[in-house]
Ligand binder design. Sequence first.
Ligand code: RNT
Ligand code: ZN
Length: 422
Amino acid sequence: MADDKIEQAYTLAKQSYSSLGVDTKKATDMLSKIPVSIHCWQGDDVGGFEKVGAELSGGGIQATGNYPGKAGTIDELRMDIEKTLSLIPGKHRLNLHACYLDNGGKHVDRNEIGIEHFQSWIDWAKENSLGMDFNPTYFSHPKAADGFTLSHPDKGIRNFWIEHGIACRKIGAEMGKQLGSATVTNVWVPDGYKDIPVDRKDPRERLTNSLDKIFSEKIDSKVHLDAVESKLFGIGAESYTVGSHEFYMGYAVSRQKLLCLDAGHFHPTEVISDKISSVIEFLPGLLLHVSRPVRWDSDHVVILNDELLAIAQEIIRSGKLDKIHIGLDFFDASINRIAAWTIGTRSMIKALLIALLEPIEKLKKIELAGDYTQRLVFLEELKTMPFSAVWDFYCKKNNVPVGTDWIEQVKEYEDNILSKRL
Ligand code: RNT
Ligand code: ZN
């Protein structure tokens, strides 16, 4: 789109918003300060770089599709992320899984990882002005093959995974320290039963004990934050998940950990947008795994749908931005992976912008006055306000492509680079 058209459209939009009492400049200034934690695992279908036997992700999560060109090495993944970042406005974060370690070609087991295996990621993140978040990897491993990790009945296996958790916190803390911004290290375990269990209690007790051991060392919250992620079910764990929502609600509140709400980890009609304000008062913070479930925890690419907008509105309207960490969690292997990242991340940022462009105080006043007729009028009207002109202007100002212009660049990258990968 021509530059002057973008400016003209923005000037008109600015006036429309101003008549509602909304300052577009203030909104975009705020937007530029909200980082989105971009997950590394969209780039290679949750494969990682351990290369033990190149197992699939397992643990009840599954990337489907075989679009060519997935990153097969750390260099390729970094290159793909750099390309993606060049198409996304603002400064963001990289969310890395432990299985993406840089082991220099020598196998290192999960309980033996150290900062040395992630130093090249930290250096790279620094060069790219990225903060980093981290995740222990409790899947794709022989010791996770029977579906249990931290709640495993075998003490030896449990200890192995506890050691992994402890190692990951140390790594996360060092990341946060070096990058000058607290790393959120998020624990998700796939533990559960395919069929109806007899004992639902003992595995939960074991999980509690394992987590307590992992978290026993106190780490400065300026460099590191712990999060725990619940789930409803997984493939092969349909009947019982040890780390259910209620389990982690209780755990996070009692231990004052961040609770991670993944949009795909609840019953199909349940939404995380309504949970944000329900839990935030009782927690030191929240981590969101913004995802898109389609009939199940399918991890489709995030798009600008009603729930994404509702999530963004809750983040902004609640005024709790400082306590909410926004992470993405999707992995679609059936489309170009750089496009997947770009679509999902741009949609997240766009949703935040739309939420920032609401006359929140005015809407709250109308609601408090009991004028639900006007409330509905305004909420309906806001849906067709010219936010796209503000978005285009924001992209241009941040030197990233406007509109669909970015797809040409992705095509070119696919032709020159992705298509040549084995
Ligand atoms: C799995 C969880 C978890 C993973 C990542 C890869 O259901 O959502 O967050 O997607 O750790
Ligand atoms: Zn998740």
